[in-house]
Design a binder for this molecule. Structure first.
Ligand code: 5GP
Length: 134
């Protein structure tokens, strides 16, 4: 059965999309630790990040770099933290989390409750930054 993230890639489940190319996809985490918390995934459905083939693994960092740059310009933060957990969804993904302090990337923190309008506005802001880089 397709993972929830494959369904998002295929448009079967809605998301606040940030970016996409032939091999990767980025979208806002539905339960964000911070405004702009984004997931970056390979389109190839592999459970564990370090089981990706070398080229896909190298490429996801380069793709995430572009997305992280746009998040950093859009959201007030010191830098973008990166985390890999994968304990919930068996489709490899990197979390990109805007950080003010180390505590902002504690996954035990309560998640933000943002409205659909706020999520859409955040995604739009990050997408606009990404377009300006191209
Ligand atoms: P992990 O597998 O890294 O432990 O956690 C999975 C992450 O995916 C969580 O932060 C969770 O909020 C996010 N997530 C789970 N299901 C969905 C979904 O349907 N849409 C979005 N945008 N994020 C999801």
């Amino acid at each position: 059965m397709a993972s929830i993230f494959t369904k998002i890639i295929n448009g079967e489940i809605p998301c606040y999309k940030i970016a996409e190319d032939d091999n990767y996809f980025a979208f806002l985490d539905i339960n964000p630790l911070a405004k702009g918390h984004t997931l970056v995934i390979p389109k190839k459905e592999v459970d564990y990040l370090f089981d990706l083939d070398d080229n896909t693994l190298k490429g996801i960092i380069v793709f995430a770099k572009k997305v992280a740059g746009a998040i950093q310009k859009s959201m007030p933060c010191q830098r973008i933290g990166v985390a890999v957990l994968g304990l919930e969804v068996p489709h490899a993904h990197m979390h990109l989390v805007p950080l003010q302090t180390e505590a902002d990337i504690n996954f035990s923190n309560p998640k933000l409750k943002l409205s659909g309008e706020e999520m859409a506005a955040i995604a739009e802001k990050i997408r606009t930054e990404l377009k300006q880089k191209q």
